[in-house]
Design a protein around this ligand. Structure first.
Ligand SMILES: NC(=O)c1ccc[n+]([C@@H]2O[C@H](COP(=O)([O-])OP(=O)(O)OC[C@H]3O[C@@H](n4cnc5c(N)ncnc54)[C@H](OP(=O)(O)O)[C@@H]3O)[C@@H](O)[C@H]2O)c1
Length: 281
């Protein structure tokens, strides 16, 4: 049985993966900042050498975009140096690293989905620090998988949750019609992570559901699939400026080229998620 160490296990992605990975198939170790602060090399080293995981899944990160702008050193310390610490110590015990990264490494003026061969061009400190983390991985180790995903939902307070919680609480909600991305269910993401745990494939991969939409279309679909379309008015708004990229659609080119099964289309995955959650009346 492979031993998997999930860092940042209390966060959205970390807790979704902890829940979705089958503990009868893998021995799962979970830590967050309180147990192992990834910015502390000695802590990471000690945990790595005592537990000797076969695979480390790094879900730890400083992910609040606005906070990162205001706390530049802290952003790089967690998103870049923290990753470097994991890389150095995972390499010492020949563990595989699966690292979660983001569409925020792109912010170019384009309306074509970004593939793994496009050069990153982040605008925010969050995006820049995540790119720096990716660079430590690609320069310092071989047995890695970097997974860039986007608009992940599936556990805790995410956009799906925010929209559904607004039903019956407020009469209307403003949603951007000029922000494009790919909603990705944590179920679909977990399947990809499982694939990389079990197979000897390495490199940089985009892993998002198929298709793309605006935030407004995403909110509309959430309400429709949950049977609440009439109960909350969605007001389409054009967001000027802001920190997030306007167009951040990822293309799963590397999954296609290496013939790894791609996630479902975003509408099907969303319908399944809401049905499972009991959101359809
Ligand atoms: N959610 C998305 O839609 C999305 C999309 C694309 C990529 N990603 C990537 O997926 C990863 C996880 O995202 P997420 O949404 O799960 O973020 P999250 O909810 O903010 O979780 C990150 C976790 O990392 C912990 N952490 C922060 N600093 C740490 C440190 N020094 N040592 C150890 N743990 C630390 C956080 O603890 P505190 O909360 O106590 O700080 C939190 O539990 C990130 O790298 C992000 O870039 C997420």
């Amino acid at each position: 049985m492979q031993k998997i160490w999930i860092t940042g296990a209390n966060g959205h992605v970390g807790s979704a993966l902890t829940e979705l990975l089958d503990c009868t198939e893998y021995q799962i170790l979970t830590t967050d900042k309180e147990e192992v602060d990834i910015t502390d090399l000695e802590q990471v080293k000690q945990y790595m050498h005592v537990n000797r995981p076969d695979v480390v899944i790094n879900c730890a990160g400083l992910t609040n975009v606005g906070y990162c702008e205001e706390h530049v050193d802290e952003a790089y310390k967690v998103n870049a140096i923290g990753v470097r610490n994991i890389v150095l110590t995972a390499s010492e015990i020949h563990a595989k690293l699966i690292h979660m990264s983001t569409d925020d490494v792109f912010d170019m003026v384009t309306e074509r989905p970004y593939n793994e061969f496009d050069k990153p061009h982040p605008k925010t400190i969050y995006g820049k620090s995540k790119e720096a983390g990716e660079n430590f991985i690609t320069k310092l180790m071989h047995r890695y998988v970097i997974i860039r995903s986007s608009w992940i939902y599936g556990i805790g307070k995410d956009f799906v949750d925010e929209v559904l919680c607004s039903v019956g609480t407020v009469a209307s909600m403003d949603v951007a019609i000029n922000r494009y991305g790919v909603p990705t269910s944590s179920d679909e993401l977990a399947k990809i992570v499982r694939y990389f745990i079990d197979h000897d494939e390495y490199g940089l991969y985009h892993a998002v559901c198929k298709g793309s939409c605006s935030r407004y279309d995403f909110a509309k679909a959430i309400l429709e699939y949950a049977g609440h379309a009439e109960e909350l008015e969605l007001i389409p708004v054009v967001v000027e400026g802001g920190l997030r990229p306007e167009y951040s659609v990822l293309d799963n080119m590397m999954l296609r080229l290496t013939e790894i099964p791609e996630p479902k289309d975003w509408q099907t995955a969303l319908k399944e998620y809401i049905k499972e959650k009991g959101g359809i009346e």
